[in-house]
Ligand binder design. Structure first.
Ligand SMILES: Nc1ncnc2c1ncn2[C@@H]1O[C@H](COP(=O)(O)OP(=O)(O)OP(=O)(O)O)[C@@H](O)[C@H]1O
Length: 258
């Protein structure tokens, strides 16, 4: 278990990875998140699920501190969302791959490793090299390290972004629809990697998706609709509570009830 995941910077045991109360966001003239209250437990995979446009990306942006006009209380790893000390502790992968297309995969990783794992001298350089090798292996891209990012497929590009987010083994990984456009084998492999991260490093994952079948792969779920939280629970509890067989049916049941 990663010590950083279970201990605060001061060394004291901590509460949830994320805690929100009264979280609202206005975009343009619309209130796209309305008075949300939820927690994300540490060391587990929490799925943020809901239809396109319900506010998932907005919520994740608020969490990493890049969303303007967010009000309410949002605490991440014991600090206010966006706090500078969270920069190296939170990995964030946006929907659009954020890599330099005119650099090779390895050059991209080198670039971000230099920012995230600063330091001079041979030991620091060796650490960065070992870390880039590790994350490229984790996302199964070791055969493409010398390829220009601009020549990669969409799925491969997403995995480069994910590799960047894995540098330094962050305590919290925030992934915005990481499996969109991936084939079933890659999707399965990525979910295996996510579970592996929680098991081996105690990493907390918050993964958004609009595909309800991905819900079954999560330990806990936040179900959203129209900027509001419909439910927060385990997939099993949601199915049991609604008397349904799948999370998708549970979601529809909750929508009708609302
Ligand atoms: N710049 C903006 N100005 C005004 N409204 C916006 C802006 N960006 C997004 N929105 C609106 O905010 C709402 C939430 O968008 P958001 O991208 O968070 O949804 P989402 O659930 O992530 O959708 P998707 O699954 O399609 O990515 C949408 O109704 C969208 O139209």
């Amino acid at each position: 278990m990663n010590k950083r995941a279970s201990r605060s910077p001061s060394g004291t045991p901590e509460g949830p990875a994320v805690q929100a109360t009264g979280l609202s966001v206005v975009r343009g003239t619309r209130r796209v998140l309305r008075d949300l209250a939820f927690t994300v437990p540490r060391g587990r995979i929490t799925g943020l699920l809901g239809p396109s446009g319900c506010g998932k990306s907005t919520l994740l942006r608020a969490l990493v501190g890049t969303q303007a006009k967010a009000t309410g209380t949002l605490t991440v790893l014991g600090r206010p969302a966006g706090h500078p000390s969270l920069r190296s502790r939170v990995g964030y992968v946006t929907q659009a791959p954020s890599v330099y297309l005119d650099l090779t995969v390895h050059q991209n990783l080198d670039h971000f490793a230099a920012i995230l794992l600063p330091g001079t001298g041979r030991a620091a350089a060796a650490r960065r090299r070992a870390e880039t090798d590790r994350v490229l292996a984790a996302v199964d891209l070791t055969t493409h390290t010398q390829a220009l990012a601009g020549t990669l497929s969409g799925g491969q590009l997403s995995r480069v972004s994910l590799a960047v987010a894995l540098i330094g083994t962050p305590d919290l990984l925030v992934l915005d629809e990481p499996t969109v456009g991936l084939d079933p084998v890659l999707r399965r492999d990525l979910w295996r990697l996510f579970h592996d991260l929680t098991r081996t490093h105690g990493t907390t994952l918050l993964v958004s998706s609009h595909v309800m079948d991905e819900a079954e792969r999560c330990d806990r779920l936040l179900l959203m609709r129209d900027g509001e939280l419909l439910a927060e629970n385990t997939p099993e509890a949601l199915r049991a509570r609604t008397g349904t067989d799948t999370v998708e049916e549970a979601f529809l049941h909750l929508v009708d009830a609302a």
